[in-house]
Design a protein around this ligand. Structure first.
Ligand code: GTP
Length: 350
């Protein structure tokens, strides 16, 4: 008995040493390549992608018209780029005055995809408190919900109670407006509130692409006691995005349609970001030998691993032949999709 126990503990120790060794090797490999990684991304003279379709302009106009009758604004951000989005929304002329005047709840969504190790979220909370924004910060993730949706209604009630009711005599039911850039999870939030508070199915369309919610200002009931409605709004971006890098981060998190920026450059920016952040799980996922900063090489490996290759006719020195080439676009698409699903690790892009 004693013998088998000590054998077990020997095995356990062995396992631990193997684990430490494997991870040290990974770290060593990663450090070996640090010098090779780009420290600056070359945008190749690209212009900022402008995506301000008709429904956004119309949506903003309607939001402005409805803001008066709203009791509380719920501003929702992707936690991975929360600073960037917070200032993007703040700069939008439609919200500039209203945001500080109205009861206001700030939600950081997609927490399951965010790297929380370097306390950026806490820094944001401190910055908010300092700038005297009348808001409460709530962390939320509809899949791995740490703070559950049932917390939201009491928090909203607290904020509303803390502000004078300047726009309505007597409140019998509450109207909230949810705002944010496209694809941050506004509709998912609404659906999950309905599920939790009303035990009802989804009322808002959810999708992996930006711009799913186009019907402007749909008023959806999300709670019975107290009666609470939520205005789902189309995601809005500012008419002018401040810089190419901001645009690239927005694209990487799926708030701008991929083809407007280009899958190839988004994939390259993703590789640059992962290397800069020391997130090398793509190496194992796609059977690479080591981290690389060369997007062509990485996409080639991805294409081969996933069998995404094409046979094409080519003219070479030996005449007409059929050769197999990697489908770079399909590989880039898979790389970006894996990142958005959190398969390449948790990140903070701010
Ligand atoms: N991993 C993760 N994915 C989420 C979370 N919340 C939403 N999503 C996903 O993000 C995508 C966009 O969600 P939506 O709820 O449609 O976003 P939206 O803000 O309403 O989008 P628009 O209609 O384009 O403005 C969907 O694929 C959701 O499944 C989250 O907390 N974690």
């Amino acid at each position: 008995m004693q013998l088998s126990q000590s054998k077990c503990s020997l095995k356990a120790n062995e396992g631990r040493w193997i684990y430490i060794w494997v991870n040290s090797m990974k770290l060593y490999q990663a450090l070996r390549h640090v010098d090779k990684f780009r420290t600056v991304f070359d945008f190749g003279g690209r212009e900022v992608a402008h995506w301000f379709p008709g429904h956004m302009a119309k949506g903003l106009k309607q939001m402005r018209a409805n803001l008066k009758s709203v009791d509380c604004i719920i501003e929702i951000h992707d936690a991975r780029i929360s600073f960037l989005l917070y200032y993007t929304i703040k700069q939008n002329p439609v919200f500039q005055d209203t945001l500080s005047a109205k009861p206001h709840l700030l939600i950081l969504n997609k927490m399951d995809l965010a790297d929380l190790s370097n306390k950026q979220v806490q820094i944001l909370a401190a910055a908010l408190a300092e700038s005297h924004v009348s808001s409460i910060l709530l962390y939320y993730s509809y899949i791995y919900s740490a703070e559950n949706p049932e917390e939201l209604v009491p928090k909203v009630m607290d904020i509303i109670a803390s502000k004078p009711r300047f726009n309505r005599e007597e409140i019998t039911n509450y109207c909230l407006m949810v705002i944010g850039v496209p694809n941050v999870g506004k509709s998912s939030l609404i659906n999950s509130l309905r599920r939790t508070n009303l035990k009802k199915g989804r009322a808002s369309r959810v999708g992996g692409e930006p711009g799913i919610t186009k019907a402007v200002l749909t008023k959806i009931q999300v709670c019975e006691r107290p009666i609470m409605y939520l205005l789902d709004t189309p995601g809005v971006l500012p008419p002018k995005i401040e810089s190419v890098e901001t645009g690239m981060k927005l694209a990487l998190c799926g708030t701008i349609l991929d083809h407007l920026v280009g899958e190839d450059i988004i994939a390259d920016y993703l590789l640059y970001s992962l290397n800069r952040l020391g997130k090398f799980s793509y190496v194992d996922k796609y059977d690479l030998q080591e981290p690389s900063d060369d997007i062509q090489h990485v996409l080639k490996r991805i294409a081969v691993k996933l069998g995404k290759t094409q046979r094409v006719k080519a003219i070479t020195g030996v005449g007409n032949v059929t050769i197999t080439i990697p489908n770079y676009t399909a590989a880039a698409y898979d790389f970006i999709r894996a990142f958005r699903k959190g398969e390449l690790g948790q990140v903070m892009l701010d």
